[in-house]
Ligand binder design. Structure first.
Ligand SMILES: [Zn+2]
Length: 160
């Protein structure tokens, strides 16, 4: 269900938009391979016609499929804008495009949702990532692995 309000209808009554916006329609360009949008955006919005503007209030919810930038573990991140408030002028430079008495709220939802995206997604704030494991592995070759057999060899000599 697209996020479109009919201005004629708004002249009569406030309009409630409740439902899901499919991934294709939301069309979020995350520009980040660590963040994927696979689920629809849930919205519950009330639209009110003010004097030459629209007031939109309600909530937006979206679950992201993320991959931790440190340990590469996939995880889900829930974003919620509640309350989401958007004031859209019907005249002037910032005017909302109106086609056939209808205004599309999708671009405004898209824009504000993108601002909520994590900059560097982490599975948890103190994720230590892969660096520790790498550092541990790097120490082993030519290190303890060689020392231990030779140490045993020395002990064997002593016993003999
Ligand atoms: Zn992690």
């Amino acid at each position: 269900m697209p996020l479109i309000v009919n201005l004629r209808q708004l002249e009569e009554n406030d309009v409630v938009l409740r439902g899901e916006l499919p991934v294709d329609e939301l069309d979020l360009d995350t520009r980040d391979e660590m963040i994927g949008v696979t689920q629809p955006l849930r919205h519950e919005l009330e639209v009110q016609l003010l004097d030459r503007s629209l007031l939109v209030r309600g909530s937006l919810r979206l679950t992201l499929e993320c991959r931790c930038v440190r340990c590469l573990k996939p995880f889900k991140r829930k974003l919620e804008l509640n309350p989401w408030v958007c004031h859209l002028p019907l005249e002037g430079e910032e005017q909302v495009p109106v086609v056939n008495d209808c205004a599309d709220l999708t671009p405004y939802v898209r824009e504000d949702m993108l601002l909520e995206f994590p900059w560097h997604p982490l599975c948890k704030p103190d994720c230590r990532g892969l660096e520790k494991i790498k550092a541990g592995k790097a120490k082993n070759p030519g290190g303890k692995d060689e020392l231990i057999p030779s140490a045993w060899a020395e002990l064997d000599k002593l016993k003999l």
